[in-house]
Design a protein around this ligand. Sequence first.
Ligand code: BTN
Length: 273
Amino acid sequence: MPNVSDPEPLNFFKFSLDKIRAGIKGSIGREILFYEKVDSTNSIAELLAARGKTEGTVVLAETQRKGRGRLGRSWLSPPFVNIYMSVILRPQIQLKDITLITIMASIACINVLRKGLALDASIKWPNDLIVSGKKIGGILTEVHIAEKRLGYAVTGIGLNVNIDSVEFPNEIKDIATSLKIETGRTLSRTEILIDILNELDNWYKTLKDMKRKELLNEWELLNCTLGREVVIKTGKESLMGLAESINDEGMLVLKLPSGERRIIYSGDLTILR
Ligand code: BTN
């Protein structure tokens, strides 16, 4: 992966759309729409998907005014340092399997961080990308359901690449990190984006072919959640227990101190030990 000592230092901090287009191997990212400033790449991708845009189309932005995360949180989106992108997907899967889209995207991202950058990166259920116990990125999948079928999905990925710790607001200083902080190098967002899109293409095929076991096995290899004592805040309650497994649909199986097992569909998970 190139660093700042490469030629063209002035262009280094900008995305090179030509290089991205040349580096794309599959159908994810065959069309890339780049915006300098948007409210949220997920919102733009949703609008385009609703108008029939083909699957694999990627919306990429330099900065977001209203980048959003899960559970109504905002996503820090300053320009020239990070990656904010959303991809339109139209998998023919059952509604019960929708979580597998996020599982698939997190596998793709973590593989890039592990293979390309040799980082000890892992997935915290359901969508957090973790390095050194801190959040380096996140995935937000939003879906459109019509007549009890999945119409389309938009999977948004935010990855902290070259942001420095001083740029994190106080609320997230201790829990957020970036590739630059972890590797000590300024990295090419262009190269990382190419790798993510190609890995996504690969793992999206696995999802579309519904090679469920392959996906779940890979997720298990890459996760840092299973076997840990956790607290999960769902909409209505806070549950403590052992994160025992994920089921076939990617839901978390939590074993409570009473021995009872609960299937957790979504929530905010904190690892205790
Ligand atoms: C999370 O961890 O809560 C998910 C964060 C997802 C952030 C990305 S940035 C690109 C896309 N556009 C958004 O508004 N959100 C996602």
